[in-house]
Design a protein around this ligand. Structure first.
Ligand code: 5AD
Ligand code: SF4
Length: 436
């Protein structure tokens, strides 16, 4: 197999990183990436299973790829990622133009299949491998300024609503030396900010390193300006991590920590391993050492058994914490999870109605938090030209807020500038550069 590959990615940043891993493998074999599916020899769809909607979107995309196979029967189509793992054999039955179905532990196997001389029709590779960390594979870089690097794969939690442990398997951490080397390589190619990824990123642990010690090691990488990570699990958010964050120069002033619910009854039912009080305590500990820490979270509305009073606890937690932003979801039952066996207690409409109340509440808080930034001077890492207006630049503050800045001498991708925040428009801030 030579020529070009096209890769469409659904789902979270870990999938984006996996697409870059596979891209790295294929490019090492001489293939080239293309954004034009018409000209590709291999079409790959990296899929997500987290909610029903994510699977529907992936299926629609896979179905649409039949067109390319009809035009060119030699084109190979691979479905990879979490939904490939989740549905395995079922995918090719429904979509017979798919050649390969490959789960997250089998990208080396896909590489082998693609470079075999005589491919058979459909191959399903979904055997899980608790040790597969892809050592030695060079992931492609996804951006010149900011890149995501997976530091641990899989998840050892068993949150009762979640399909991730089933499809991504058990937790395994990469060697810190490999991570540091990957970050150094990225920096040498122009990257200034790295986001460390893992399902429960702060449970990262190897024989020699903890999450906190990894942060401290990465803090010494010269040329790197910012370190972010997601998503930490409250169960593992200890003082050692908070101290490492506060004491390191590069770790950003932002924590995205999923809370899922404000009700102890729901947290227990979700098997989250912390209480509302403990979550709030972590927030207090964080704010005690980082007073302006940006906070964001994930919340599920309408889980099985959630009463109006449980939901009220979520609303009150959202108000009490004052998150800068939040990803908010209606509960989506996933076959294969412990909660799937339990009949839902709310209709789709009721879940949607709760979700909308939550969104409205959070939107008001988000706007208030952004308004409070007006007048402040912030350090902003310029990521790119603004997507709306090419005469302007887009960058982010340390606390993860998007800021639009007019062009000025010294402005460029990767520049770290100081700017005064002058206004909010929607959920974006506008600024005035004070020094470059
Ligand atoms: N339904 C709705 N949201 C879910 N999430 C995970 N599983 C489900 C589900 N079954 C959300 C959680 C998680 C985020 C990535 O997706 O909030 O933190
Ligand atoms: Fe899913 Fe819970 Fe693991 Fe997150 S911690 S991936 S929500 S099981």
């Amino acid at each position: 197999m030579s020529g070009k590959y096209f890769l469409a990615t659904f789902g979270c940043q870990m999938n984006v990183y996996d697409s870059n891993l596979l891209g790295g493998m294929l490019e090492k074999r001489g293939m080239q990436n293309t954004s034009d599916p018409e000209s590709a020899d291999v079409l790959i769809v990296n899929t997500c299973s987290i909610r029903g909607g994510a699977e529907d979107r992936a299926y629609a995309r896979i179905a649409a790829m039949k067109y390319y196979k009809r035009r060119n029967p030699d084109v190979r189509i691979a479905v990879i990622g979490c939904m490939a793992q989740n549905h395995g054999e079922k995918i090719p039955v429904e979509l017979d133009h798919v050649d390969y179905v490959v789960g997250p532990d089998n990208y080396r196997g896909l590489e082998n299949l693609l470079f075999e001389k005589k491919p058979k029709v459909t191959r399903v590779l979904t055997e899980q491998n608790a040790f597969e960390n892809y050592p030695g594979v060079m992931a492609r870089l996804d951006s010149a300024v900011s890149c995501h690097i997976t530091i641990m794969r899989g998840c050892n939690k068993r949150c009762t609503y979640c399909i991730v442990p089933t499809v991504r398997g058990v937790e395994r951490s990469r060697e810190a030396d490999d991570i540091v080397a990957e970050v150094e390589r990225a920096v040498s190619e122009g990257v200034r900010e790295v986001s460390l990824l893992g399902q429960t990123v702060n449970s990262y642990r190897t024989e020699k390193d903890s999450f906190a010690s990894l942060l401290r090691r990465l803090d010494t990488v010269s040329g790197l300006q910012r370190i972010r990570f997601m998503s930490p699990h409250p169960r593992h958010f200890d003082m050692e991590t908070i101290r490492a964050m506060a004491e390191s120069e590069k770790v950003c002033n932002h924590v995205h920590m999923p809370v899922q619910s404000g009700s102890d009854a729901m947290l227990k039912k979700m098997r989250r391993q912390y209480t509302r009080a403990r979550f709030l305590e972590i927030i207090r500990e964080l704010r005690a050492v980082m007073p302006n820490v940006g906070l964001s979270t994930d919340i599920i509305a309408g889980f099985v058994g959630e009463t109006e009073s449980d939901f009220g606890e979520t609303l009150s937690l959202v108000e009490e914490v004052g998150f800068d932003s939040a990803y908010l979801f209606a509960y989506s039952p996933r076959e294969g999870t412990p909660a799937f066996a339990e009949p839902e207690t709310l209709t789709a409409q009721e879940k949607q109605e709760r979700l909308e109340r939550l969104i409205a509440l959070q939107m008001g808080i988000t706007e208030k938090k952004l308004d409070a930034m007006v007048g402040r001077t912030e350090e902003i890492l310029i990521e790119d030209k603004s997507s709306r207006d090419a005469t302007e630049w887009m960058g982010k503050t340390d606390c993860f807020k998007k800021v639009i800045l007019p062009d000025a001498p010294g402005m460029a991708k990767g520049a770290l500038v100081r700017a005064e925040i002058i206004a909010r428009s929607g959920i974006t801030l506008r600024g005035r550069v004070t020094s470059t």
